[in-house]
Design a protein around this ligand. Structure first.
Ligand code: PLP
Length: 600
């Protein structure tokens, strides 16, 4: 062994002694709760076939960098498909996301410029920022005030660039990109959004976190579409303007000085984009499983499909991971330096192909292990399965639907009903009490004026305190069984002068159903409401049309929304019996799925 090898061996031994040695393990035969193949597209026959055809037509290798005749015509097709998907002008394909980020940032900024980066940004963004030789400031994770402060302080910089991820891969949380973009706009900064863990999962047709946000497009410089995660292949496309693409072709070293992707990869990527765009069911399932798992463990709701489970120590993370492996579940321990010492965790990734029973096994095993944090949460926080009953307008039949669902849920176990805000006489609570067997909780806020919450509060010289509303929600989410939540009126009703009801709901990402009228006018109201929900990644589980059957609205809405649609006719007389009659005829599995963690 040479002298350098000896030194390296000592370094490795020190890692080993601290329990930090890493191994490349692809574990066959275990349930995948670890990879980023969120939609199971790596195994998809369309991708495999597209890869085979591309290799046959263009050969096995990339042959050279693209500027030196490498690659295939498929590369440009991938770029255009990714750009079209994300509604961008153009894109540039890189062999990996790591190369894309380390190429992108130095192509945008250099000495004299300022980069402001989230403390938990991916290594490729950090390295890109370092390589750029711009001044780099790091703000606390997801801390908008800190971001703003750093941009303010960097007033003298030539250019300012903010780097953020759509969803954070170790913490499973996400920034409010609308807010991020407004902060950028105030300070003349441009924004880069790495969509690695949001793409395929969030936004309309899975187009990512930015597409799901109300971000100001004037500040958006670039988004990263990684090919190796939800797209089931590898490589990455930076999408943005045509000017950005031209700049990257001339300045991004990871593009200029690296061999083009193999044609099979480009072929698979094209098929992957097509499949991911259409995978509404798959993304709903992955996101639903992640939410259910977090709920079962008393953990914060994840922004997408990643659920980090704190273990309190490295030993416990490793112990839990190996116990889960013995049960056939592949869940990895995340250790320093990937996360800070003391914040070791298990990281569970939910996929479209995972089964609720796998996650039930996971929950049971973790309970047996009695992890300090998750365990405490499970014992003191039996977690509710929440369901928000949204309406396209006031008086559409939301309360009757809420009562019906509460009635259905209470036949299976404990069930509670809660109105965050009640404005005007409290007839809803009475209706629910008379029609259902569940327990009706006190409304969060009660105002006399029958008006929108912000208006009704103002009339009494009061206002809705969102932090207080959050606290009440968290408390109710600790109840066992089902929690039916009925917000006031339509989704865009203001809770305060600044916050719409839908924005408050988006912070909590609870599962929902949408109630609409069955008759004239419903197409416009319902489709507008759905568009606004989907922009915030709040796609409801189902649509419930209340009122007399309409000859075509049901089919039109089912086709255009791609949601299960139920119909609740006007029951005469309206009472427990008639409601039971209706419930018996319905398949409610899309609305009240038996969760794997049922405490019911
Ligand atoms: C947020 C983020 N960006 C970029 C990358 C790099 O992508 P790739 O694996 O294609 O190099 C990753 C990969 O883990 C990531 O999580």
């Amino acid at each position: 062994m040479g002298a350098l090898d000896q030194e390296l061996a000592q370094e490795l031994a020190a890692w080993e002694a601290r329990g930090l040695t890493r191994r490349e393990q692809a574990l066959e035969g275990l349930v995948d709760l670890v990879t980023n193949d969120y939609l199971n597209l790596a195994q998809d026959p369309h991708l495999i076939e597209a890869a085979r055809r591309a290799a046959e037509r263009y050969g096995a290798g990339g042959r050279s960098a693209r500027l030196l005749g490498g690659g295939s015509p498929l590369d440009r097709e991938v770029e255009r498909a990714a750009a079209e998907w994300l509604d961008a002008e153009d894109g540039l394909l890189f062999p990996s996301g790591y190369q894309a980020n380390t190429g992108l940032v130095p192509a945008l900024v250099g000495p004299g410029d300022l980069v402001v980066s989230d403390a938990l940004n991916h290594a490729s963004l950090i390295d890109g920022a370092r390589l750029s030789r711009a001044r780099v400031e790091v703000h606390e994770h997801l801390d908008a005030e800190h971001l703003e402060h750093l941009l303010q302080q960097g007033g003298g910089a030539r250019r300012k660039l903010v780097l953020v991820e759509g969803v954070y891969s170790m913490d499973g949380d996400a920034p409010d990109l609308g807010l991020w973009s407004r902060i950028c706009a105030r300070h003349g900064a441009a924004l880069v959004v790495d969509e690695a863990h949001a793409l395929g999962l969030l936004g309309p047709a899975g187009a990512g976190a930015w597409a799901a946000s109300d971000g100001d497009p004037s500040v958006l410089a670039a988004r990263l579409v990684t090919g190796g995660k939800a797209l089931g292949a590898m490589g990455a496309v930076v999408v943005g303007s045509a000017v950005l693409r031209a700049q990257l072709v001339h300045r991004a070293r990871g593009f200029m000085f690296s061999t083009a992707v193999a044609p099979a990869i480009a072929g698979a990527l094209l098929a992957g984009i097509e499949q991911a765009r259409a995978a509404d069911r798959g993304r709903d399932r992955a996101l639903g499983l992640a939410r259910d798992l977090a709920g079962a463990l008393g953990l914060p709701m994840p922004a997408a499909a990643i659920v980090p489970i704190p273990t309190g120590s490295l030993d416990r993370a490793i112990q839990a991971s190996s116990k889960l492996r013995a049960k056939g579940l592949d869940v990895r321990a995340i250790r320093p330096p990937t996360v800070a010492p003391g914040s070791e965790r298990l990281r569970v990734v939910c996929h479209s192909h995972n089964e609720p029973s796998d996650l039930q096994d996971l929950v049971t095993t973790l309970r047996e292990l009695d992890l300090p944090t998750a365990g405490a949460a499970q014992q003191s926080l039996p977690s509710a399965s929440p369901l928000v009953v949204l309406g396209t307008d006031t008086d559409v039949g939301k309360t009757i639907v809420a009562a019906a669902l509460l009635r259905a849920a209470s036949k299976e176990g404990p069930a509670h009903y809660w109105k965050p805000v009640q404005s005007g006489p409290d007839c809803d609570t009475q209706t629910v009490k008379s029609l259902s067997a569940g327990k009706v909780l006190d409304p969060g806020y009660t105002f006399d004026l029958p008006a929108s919450p912000h208006e009704a509060a103002r009339a009494e010289g009061r206002e809705v305190d969102l932090a207080e509303l959050d606290r009440m929600l968290s408390e109710h989410l600790t109840l066992p069984g089902t929690l039916v939540i009925e917000p006031a009126g339509g989704v865009q009703v203001p809770l305060t002068d600044e916050c719409l009801q839908i924005d408050w709901l988006a912070r909590h990402r609870l599962p929902s159903v949408l109630v609409a009228r069955s008759g004239l006018g419903t197409l416009n109201h319902t489709l507008l409401t759905l568009e606004s929900l989907e922009r915030r990644n709040l796609r409801p589980r189902a649509l419930i049309l209340v009122g007399p059957h309409h000859p075509s609205n049901h089919d039109t809405l089912a086709r255009m929304s791609r949601l299960p649609v139920l119909e609740l006719p006007l029951l005469d007389p309206l009472g427990r019996e008639s409601l039971d009659g209706w419930l018996e005829e319905q398949d409610l599995s899309c609305v009240l799925p038996a969760t794997m963690v049922s405490t019911r």
